[in-house]
Write a protein that binds this ligand. Sequence first.
Ligand SMILES: NC(=O)c1ccc[n+]([C@@H]2O[C@H](COP(=O)([O-])OP(=O)(O)OC[C@H]3O[C@@H](n4cnc5c(N)ncnc54)[C@H](O)[C@@H]3O)[C@@H](O)[C@H]2O)c1
Length: 382
Amino acid sequence: MTSRIDWVRANCRLLLAIAEEFAATQPFRDLTIGTGIHLEPKTVALLLTLKAGGARVVSTGNLNSTQPEAVEYLRAQDIDVVGDRTTDEREHDEYLREVLSRRPHLLLDNGGDLFARYLDDRYEQLLGGTEETTSGRVRLSKLRAQLGRPILVINDSPIKQFAENRHAVGQSVLESFLRITNRATNGRNVLVFGYGSVGRGIAASFRNAFASVAVIEPDPVLRLEASFDGFQVPDRATGLRQADVVITATGAAGVITEADLDVLRHRVVLINAGHFPAEIAVDRIMADPRVTGRRDGPEGITTVELTDGRQIHVLTGGHMVNLGGPRPLGNSIESMDLGFALQARCLEAVARGRASPEDVVVPVPAWINALVAEAFLERYRG
Ligand SMILES: NC(=O)c1ccc[n+]([C@@H]2O[C@H](COP(=O)([O-])OP(=O)(O)OC[C@H]3O[C@@H](n4cnc5c(N)ncnc54)[C@H](O)[C@@H]3O)[C@@H](O)[C@H]2O)c1
C-alpha cells in the first residue's frame, strides 16, 4: 500500500519535474539549507526536491503542526529533522536555534522565526533565502537593514495570493470545519475576521456551502469590497451576537478575547485560520472568572462552559485549523505544488546569485512567477 506522503509526492507534478532538473543541474551542491516550516506531506515533497538539487537539508517544524509520519519519512530519506511536534514555545525556540547552529547557507523560513533568530548569532556564509508568509514579511521587513541579504517573500507572489491563500485556504478551512465538527454549514451565520486573501477565500467557501457570511474588516476599502462581494459588514458586536461560527484570518493577536464572552452565542464555534495561535486569546478566555469548566471533546474540539450555562467551542485550541484536528490535510496538493515550486525556484535564484543583495524581503521576481505559471499550465492543464 502506498502512504499519503507517496500519494502527495506523486501528485506534485511541478516539484517532481524540478527535482528531475535539479538532479542534473545541482544548484545547491555543497550548500546547507535550514528550514522552519510545517512538516507535513507536501513539505516532504519540497524538501526532497531541494535534496535532489544537492542540498544538505536541516529542518524543524512550526508550533503544533509537525506530523510524525512526515518526520519519519524525511529521516528515512536522510533529511536531518530537529525535534518533534510541540506546542511549547520554549522547546520550539530551541529547535529553531539548533537548525541555525548548523550554519545553513540558505534559510527557508515561515513566520520569520529563523531569520529573526539568525540576528542573535550572525554568521558570514548565510547567502539569504525565502520567507513563506504575510506574518513573516511584516516581521522581517522591520529588520531589513540588519538582515542585508536577499530574502524573497513567497507570499507576495500573485500566484500564492490567489491559488493558495484565497482558493486553497478557503477550501481547506471549510473542509476542516466539516471534518472536525461534522456539522452542517447550511443557513449558519458565519462571521469572518479579516478580508485579506485568506479571509476572502474563507468567506467565499462558506457562502458556497450555503452559509450566511458576514465580514469584520477595519480597512474601509476592503470592507466596501466585502460588501460589493455580497457579504454583510455589520459592526463587530452585532456580528458576534449573531454568529454561529467565528473564523479569524487577520495575522493580528487578540482578535477574539474574554472581552467578547458576553456577546457570544450559546454553542458558537471559534476557529482560527491565521498563522499564529494568538488570534483567539484562548488562555485569557480560559482564565476569565465567567468560565466554569473546560471539556476536551472529540479530537480538535474544546468546549468552554460559562457561568450562565452557555457553551463555546474552540477548534484545535486556537491553532491554525487546517493543520490541526484528526487527520489534517492542509491545503490542496495543487496549490502547495505551486507555492513550493516558487520556493524551489527562489532558493535556486539566491544560491546562483540571481537575486541582488538589495532584494531584502522583496516579492518573488516576475520572471519566476511567469516560469512557474507556464509550468503549471503545461503540466496540469495541457
Ligand atoms: N491557514 C493557512 O493555511 C494559512 C495560509 C496562508 C496564510 N495564513 C495566515 O492567515 C493570516 C491572514 O493572511 P492574509 O494573507 O489574508 O493577510 P492580509 O494581511 O492580506 O489580511 C489580513 C486582514 O485582516 C485585517 N485585520 C487586522 N486586524 C483585524 C482585526 N482585529 N479584526 C478584523 N480584521 C483585522 C487586516 O486589515 C487585513 O485586511 C496570516 O496570519 C497568514 O499568515 C494562513
